[in-house]
Design a protein around this ligand. Sequence first.
Ligand SMILES: [Ca+2]
Length: 82
Amino acid sequence: MQSSYQPPQLSSSLSSKLQLFISCTNLKDVDIVGYSDPFVLVEMREGSEQQWRQIGKTEVIKDNLNPAFQTSFMITYYFEKH
Ligand SMILES: [Ca+2]
């Protein structure tokens, strides 16, 4: 008798979409007048990739050394690789 069982695809079952939210605390003040105007540049490198790939950039928040950014980023997280 032949089995028709198919093992689940590991690569798809061990990954999940994540929504990243970014905040910072106690940033350095580099503005002469007021406080710094921070933003975050998000880059990712997956698996054997050599180059960092730009995922995106948050908005600029004026005069804030403890910013909580509104912009979020959807990424795929692979559980077996980290
Ligand atoms: Ca400023």
